[in-house]
Design a protein around this ligand. Structure first.
Ligand SMILES: *Cc1c(COP(=O)(O)O)cnc(C)c1O
Length: 404
């Protein structure tokens, strides 16, 4: 069991006040808060070993390089990648998806198909639309039902020899649905299609095993797992990373350069042009260590309790409807109150120190499906409490009384 008071003490921001009230932070789906060990690791890097990596013979450069590569190894272990060079550091999920989509421009031909799902974040839709425009391939969509679950029978009929890549999120940021990605991956492979999993919303809750999943690509952002912004990971199977062309040209990604011809560096450097986010890469390892020290079993248990309690308490509010009622979901509750705009609730409860997200959550197709402009989204982390849920529910009741 988690000692929740001890956990909360790890996060300095959780003890601040917002608008004169104790902060209730329920916008973890947008970004997580950072524990002191992560904040300290950022300063420590700049105070003690800051240098450019993979270049200098001098001591600091070697220390920084070693720390950066050690962090890559930690991520490799965390996601159970076969090789460290299958773990690419990126600036985040969005960058990772764009890297892969760009690479597929050299593979796709007119008539080929790309399959996305009806519940993707815009960053897992738009790069594929751009790819299809460039190559003449067609974008197809796996539909969902009213509970916010992907319809696997429809998926089966969409797959064909024309399908070249299937790209879906592991967990939906707007609905909390946990998708059956193992089934999706195995079915796609039967048709020879590659699979990219957008794990941005999954890694805060689960520890993915990329070899057991057998996915071809798995992407996520550091800032949603207690790490800094501007750092993320693209896992790719070695065979795919060797096949894809580099995304950006520059320093560090080459073996030899002349004006006649450039040969590219080995993995992972082929995809890491220029000076990377060295501090971010190192500190992402610290964040992953922190999450593992809390323990994913503990994290899931706490979040499941919060999901159940939060769902029950919110449903006490008259006219409240939850979007995303999948059988298997994580600690995200998206909802609306009849006759009231989500933004108005969000604004009023912010005055009471409560941070929730309102809007379309970068997933407009989901909002179109439910014929709504947006929702209020409360997304819980392991450092949240039932008492905070009570504060939110009371605040929403007050706001609703004011607005109706
Ligand atoms: C947050 C999120 C993204 C985008 O991540 P960035 O860090 O903004 O690049 C993509 N997909 C899902 C499911 C997300 O939750």
């Amino acid at each position: 069991m988690l000692d929740i008071h001890k956990i909360r003490a790890d996060f300095p921001i959780l003890s601040r006040k917002v608008n004169g009230k104790p902060l209730v932070y329920f916008d973890n789906g947008a970004t997580s808060q950072k524990p002191q060990v992560v904040i300290d690791a950022i300063s420590k890097y700049y105070e003690e070993i800051n240098a450019n990596i993979h270049r200098g013979v001098h001591t600091l450069s070697q220390l920084a390089t070693d720390a950066y590569e050690a962090s890559r190894g930690k991520i490799q272990n965390h996601i159970n990648a076969k090789f460290a060079h299958e773990v690419l550091f990126t600036s985040g999920t969005t960058f990772g998806i764009n890297l892969v989509a760009n690479g597929f421009a050299s593979i796709l031909k007119p008539g080929d198909e790309v399959l996305v799902s009806a519940m993707e974040h815009h960053s897992n839709i738009v790069p594929w639309q751009m790819l299809c425009e460039r190559t003449g391939a067609t974008l197809k969509v796996i539909p969902m039902n009213d509970n916010g679950e992907l319809i696997m029978a429809e998926y089966d009929t969409l797959l064909s020899d024309k399908t070249k890549i299937v790209t879906v999120n592991h967990i939906s940021n707007a609905l909390g649905t946990v998708n059956p990605i193992k089934y999706i991956i195995d079915k796609a492979h039967a048709f020879g299609a590659a699979v990219l999993i957008d794990g941005a919303q999954a890694v805060p809750h689960v520890k993915p095993d990329v070899q057991a999943l057998d996915c071809d690509f798995y992407v996520f952002s550091g800032h949603k797992i207690c790490g800094p912004t501007g750092i993320g990971v693209l896992y790719g199977k070695e065979s795919w990373l060797n096949k894809l062309p580099p995304y950006q040209g520059g320093g560090e990604m080459i073996k030899d350069v002349s004006f006649e011809k450039t040969t590219y560096a080995e993995l992972p450097h082929k995809f890491e042009a220029g000076t990377p986010n060295v501090a971010g890469g190192i500190v992402l390892g610290t964040a992953v260590d922190y999450m593992n020290s809390v323990g994913f079993d503990n994290i899931q248990q706490q979040e499941l309790e919060l999901l159940e309690y939060g769902t029950r308490r919110l449903l006490e509010i008259e006219g409240l409807k939850i979007y995303g009622t999948a059988a298997i979901k994580t600690s995200v509750i998206s909802f609306n109150i009849e006759g009231i705009h989500p933004y108005d609730i969000g604004t009023i409860i912010d005055k009471l120190g409560i941070a929730v997200r309102t809007g379309h959550h970068c997933a407009q197709p989901i909002m179109s499906y439910f014929k709504i402009p947006g929702t209020i989204r409360a997304s819980f982390s392991f450092y949240n409490t039932k008492e905070e849920i009570d504060i939110m529910v009371e605040a929403i009741k007050r706001a609703t009384a004011m607005l109706s």
